[in-house]
Write a protein that binds this ligand. Structure first.
Ligand SMILES: Cc1ncc(COP(=O)(O)O)c(C=O)c1O
Length: 430
């Protein structure tokens, strides 16, 4: 019998049949190819992509220099396992990331595959170094879907629901969110209270935070908060870990978001836009801490795979040579102004939040009550897709719409996307 359904319908039916719902697909789309800030589906429809594989595509899809570097590496060696034999791209990537975060020689790097794995290893390193167990993380945090990542994550459904018991010695305190009445002083008081009521500071190995919470709603950690955390860590010998997996690699206007606060973390976790679409993650940290685990304590078969390292080196070259930070600054100013303008027309936008080009709008039922309106957010996202723009939500109440546009988005594409978003906001209201 002739199957007259379009490719998308047919493939989504197959997807339903063979893949569990736990692996969510936010948009009913099946993509075939991508370039820069655009993607095309299996029926030839084109979308402007302001998701970028969830913050992976800061240099844009299929950047020619990433493709070239990976192709070249494919012809040399695909996989050697660094535990078995070293290879140049791993060593060179470590050298360059160490120099980016600290001064060369002062920091060391180890590579893994997923973001969650990087976070897990950062905790292992902190515990190994301090010989302590406690880890303080924040409400609204997202650190991955492994069991420790899930434990560290500060959002219940869907990430933690039914997955316990969780790893022990993890404590959560509120993250600053002035829009919802949580000031820096409240978060700091919660840490002091935690020290007094649950875990003494000398039992705490690490404080782990995203300098801009990603999945939690694009909430920036204000500079005074970062500085206060640095001081608490220094006072008590606690390791400060910045999870830059979503906020890193130019997303916020600097290479890493912690650089806005003038402090230096002890350990930094990286993944996502590190390698323009290739699966590689890492921990960059103070040398003495990175040396704490004994030989064999860190690693993983695919950790720091050669293709990922080659792609990451190309990404660093692109940042050095193509002025992506400057481009991001220009784009972020325009996007923020456009979002503010849309907020002036649509009361559903309770707040516009931008840290560099890490922008989001919080959708509320009304500005007085600030009641989160996840349904409205979803209607806007669906309408945007219909108009040709891909965006996704975040926030503990899933009522925040985030924009993770590539830093190579052209001005013309940005204007087109802003037009589509305006259309979506108008039609979602109707
Ligand atoms: C801040 C942060 N940490 C960790 C992770 C987990 O990374 P992965 O999904 O690669 O395991 C994510 C993913 O969204 C993230 O945004």
């Amino acid at each position: 019998m002739l199957d007259n359904r379009d490719n998308t319908t047919r493939l989504l039916e197959e997807r339903q049949r063979h893949i569990p719902r736990g692996v969510l697909t936010a948009h009913p789309l099946v993509l075939e190819r991508a370039q820069g800030a655009e993607v095309w589906d299996v029926d030839g429809r084109r979308y402007i992509d302001f998701v970028g594989g969830i913050g992976v595509m800061n240099v844009g899809h299929n950047h020619p220099r990433v493709v070239e570097a990976v192709t070249k590496q494919l012809g040399l060696i695909t996989h050697a396992a660094f535990q078995v034999a070293a290879y140049p791209p791993y060593i060179e990537l470590a050298r360059r990331l160490n120099a980016l975060v600290g001064d060369e020689g002062e920091y060391k790097s180890a590579f893994f595959t997923s973001g969650a794995e990087a976070v897990e290893n950062a905790v292992k390193i902190a515990r190994g170094f301090t010989n302590r167990q406690g880890v303080i993380a924040f409400s609204g945090a997202f650190h991955g879907r492994t069991l420790l990542g899930t434990t560290l994550t500060g959002m219940s459904a869907p990430y933690k629901q039914n997955f316990g018991p969780f790893a022990s010695e993890v404590y959560h305190v509120p993250f600053p969110n002035p829009y919802r009445g949580v000031e820096v002083a409240d978060s700091l008081a919660a840490i002091e209270n935690l020290f007094a009521t649950e875990v003494a500071p000398e039992r705490v190995a690490a404080i782990l935070l995203e300098p801009v919470q990603g999945d939690g709603g694009f909430l920036p950690a204000p500079a005074p908060f970062m500085q206060a955390l640095r001081a608490i860590c220094d006072k008590h010998g606690i390791v400060l870990i910045c999870d830059e997996i979503q906020s890193g690699f130019g997303r916020t206007g600097t290479m890493f978001a912690f650089q806005h606060s003038g402090i230096k973390p002890d350990l930094v976790t990286v993944a996502k836009s590190l390698a323009g679409g290739l699966p590689i993650s890492g921990v960059i940290g103070k040398a003495a801490m990175m040396e704490a685990p004994t030989p064999g304590g860190l690693g993983g078969t695919y950790g720091g795979n050669g293709l990922g390292c080659a792609a990451a080196l190309a990404v660093l070259d692109i940042f050095e040579k193509d002025g992506l930070l400057e481009a991001g600054e220009r784009l972020s100013k325009r996007l923020q102004a456009a979002l503010e303008e849309l907020a002036g027309k649509h009361a559903a936008i309770g707040e516009v939040r931008c840290t560099g080009f890490m922008c989001a709008i919080e959708i509320v039922a009304d500005r007085g009550s600030k009641k989160p309106d996840a349904d409205m957010a979803q209607r806007i996202i669906d309408a945007a897709r219909e108009a040709g723009l891909l965006i996704i939500k975040c926030g503990v109440h899933r009522n925040v719409i985030r924009f993770l546009a590539p830093l190579v988005t052209s001005d013309a594409l940005l204007e087109e996307a802003i037009g589509m978003l305006g259309q979506a906001l108008a039609s979602a209201k109707a």
